[in-house]
Ligand binder design. Structure first.
Ligand code: ZN
Length: 160
């Protein structure tokens, strides 16, 4: 069976950045299972996996436009330090989660002044060219329930 829209694919992967540093990996865990064509993976990786079958191995090099985007200066903003619950604890490089309309955005503190904290709300991997070393472990039909829920049930997915 080929990976196509509405199929559940399970993949083992190692993600490295342009410098060869490992950023993420399924090694030692269950393969990552996702429903193809629903935006569960970054667009560039779904495109590379399209049509692949169980046992296929590939190296996908994904430019930032098809991964986590180009760094947007307008998403770097200053906030009054007094707005933070623990102003003395804020450090450069600290990350926290912001609840946006439909997703969670990771924000990174990039500067700390006396009264102002600069926060970068771009994805931490914005501007990165990503290298995925992938092996397709399984491809199957998604169940009706999985398609309705928009996520995978069972191994590598949601348990409920
Ligand atoms: Zn569900």
């Amino acid at each position: 069976m080929n990976i196509a829209k509405g199929k559940v694919a399970s993949i083992d992967y190692t993600l490295t950045n342009g410098k060869g540093e490992v950023l993420d990996s399924s090694s030692g865990q269950e393969p990552l299972a996702y429903i193809h064509g629903q935006g569960g993976l970054i667009p560039g990786l779904e495109k590379e996996l399209e049509g692949k079958v169980k046992g296929d191995k590939l190296i996908a090099i994904i430019p930032p436009e098809l991964a986590y985007g180009i760094h947007n200066k307008e998403l770097v903003k200053d906030f009054p330090a007094k707005n933070f619950p623990d102003p003395d604890d804020i450090k450069i490089g600290a990350q926290f989660e912001l609840q946006q309309d439909d997703h969670i955005q990771i924000a990174t503190v990039t500067n700390v002044g006396n009264e102002v904290v600069t926060v970068d709300m771009n994805h931490p991997l914005a501007d990165e060219t990503l290298h995925f070393d992938v092996e397709v472990m399984d491809v199957r039909e998604a169940s009706k329930e999985e398609l309705e829920h928009g996520h995978v049930h069972g191994a590598g997915g949601h348990h409920h």
